[in-house]
Design a protein around this ligand. Structure first.
Ligand code: SAH
Ligand code: SF4
Length: 367
């Protein structure tokens, strides 16, 4: 089996080159070609000696997951569906805004944590993505967007992806080593050079892994809270039974010592009649009293047989106001790319036996 060079960070590539009898600076050159220039064909790496190029051709590949489908919605949101050989694949979404471009990246096929309102969780766990499959999502997005003029300004952006959020399919901290290696490549100046503040891991609250992330690769952290009490969170985010709120809040405080930002983002999916009442907002203020934080309220994105409903606009408004009156910064997630099922964090939402359907619909739209 040839070595897929997308599986290696610079340290790994340097070690692998060492085994080939090649110097570290050669590894650096190839790493630049792959990640900064988006070149997968060794023959095009013109400043590399021909003998090394031939060696690489025999023993290595640069292989991102194959694109099953790519589509751009009316508001410029773009979605890729990647074939990873199992289930219905994984999805990656790019959300362009005036001052940034955010890529929403998947970390697993399915998810074992079974949050009741999440269609990925309902689908069950299939497998962890490899480093190549995780970083490959950025590699594909970055290099395909780089060649296109911006839809509004007409300019070609040097760095179309300025932010990454690990909010696609899967629980990133349950695929710890591969995610940390991929994050390292995102941050590496020899590759994408993204700022730690602009790379966000979203977790449902795997406490020991939050501590390990603080040590190994402290990027911005979003915690999927969704409930202000253990009684309710035990029901909708079952991992809470293992790591209850008191431990989760303590882990957030410990994380902040290392974090690149001085707050944790708490995500809160609003489920009509379940967790969207004023008393929940008040309990939330009490719960997070000792944790510097911002709140991101996400209206529930419905899927068939979910058993939940979208919150009323008025409940969202009142909930938000209560948090704001207590001095909190609150954002409400804008729904983008609705027409292509690309609302971030609700990806592959439509999964189990579903991508076929999604695809059909997209084809219809595109036609
Ligand atoms: N597993 C990680 C990251 C992926 S999910 C986590 O749970 O944080 C990204 C975000 O989308 C999470 O906050 C998750 O709770 C939210 N989400 C999942 N299903 C959703 C749905 N149907 N509607 C709205 N948000 C949802
Ligand atoms: Fe997994 Fe996150 Fe979905 Fe929960 S919300 S099932 S942790 S992907």
């Amino acid at each position: 089996m040839p070595q897929n060079l997308l599986d290696l960070d610079l340290q790994g590539l340097t070690a692998w080159f060492g085994e080939l009898g090649e110097k570290p600076f050669r590894a650096r050159q190839v790493f630049h070609w792959i990640h900064q220039s988006g070149v997968a064909d060794f023959a095009q790496m013109t400043d590399i000696a021909k003998s090394l190029r031939e060696k690489l051709q025999q023993q290595a590949v640069v292989q991102a997951p194959a694109i099953s489908y790519a589509h751009t919605s009316a508001d410029g949101t773009r979605k890729w569906l990647f074939d990873v050989g199992v289930a219905n694949g994984i999805e990656t979404v790019f959300i362009p805004e005036d001052d940034r471009g955010t890529l929403c990246v998947s970390s697993q096929v399915g998810c074992a944590l079974e949050c009741t309102f999440c269609s990925t969780g309902r689908q069950g766990f299939n497998r962890n993505l490899t480093v190549a499959e995780i970083i490959g999502q950025l590699w594909v997005a970055h290099h395909s967007l780089k060649t296109e003029p911006n839809r509004t300004t007409g300019e070609i952006a040097d760095r179309p992806v300025s932010n990454v959020v690990m909010m696609g399919m899967g629980e990133p901290l349950a695929n710890f080593e591969n995610v940390v290696t991929a994050l390292g490549i995102m941050l590496d100046d020899h590759a994408y050079g993204l700022s730690r503040r602009r790379v966000t891991v979203s977790t449902s609250g795997l406490v020991p892994a939050m501590d390990r992330l603080a040590e190994r690769c402290p990027v911005a952290l979003a915690v999927s809270l969704h409930a202000p009490s253990d009684a309710l969170r035990d029901q909708i985010v079952p991992i809470n039974r293992k790591y209850p709120l008191r431990e989760l809040m303590a882990a957030c405080r410990r994380y902040l010592v290392h974090a690149p930002r001085d707050f944790i983002t708490f995500e809160y999916v609003m489920l009509a009649g379940v967790n969207d009442q004023p008393e929940h907002a008040r309990q939330l203020i009490e719960l997070t009293r000792d944790v510097p934080c911002k709140f991101n309220l996400i209206p529930f994105n419905p899927f068939p047989d979910s058993g939940y409903e979208k919150p009323r606009a008025e409940s969202m408004r009142v909930f938000r106001q209560i948090l704001q009156d207590a001095g909190h910064v609150v954002t409400t997630r804008k729904t983008r790319g609705d027409d292509i099922d690309a609302a971030c964090g609700q990806l592959a939402g439509k999964v189990a036996d579903k991508s076929g359907r999604v695809l059909k619909r997209m084809h219809k739209e595109a036609a």
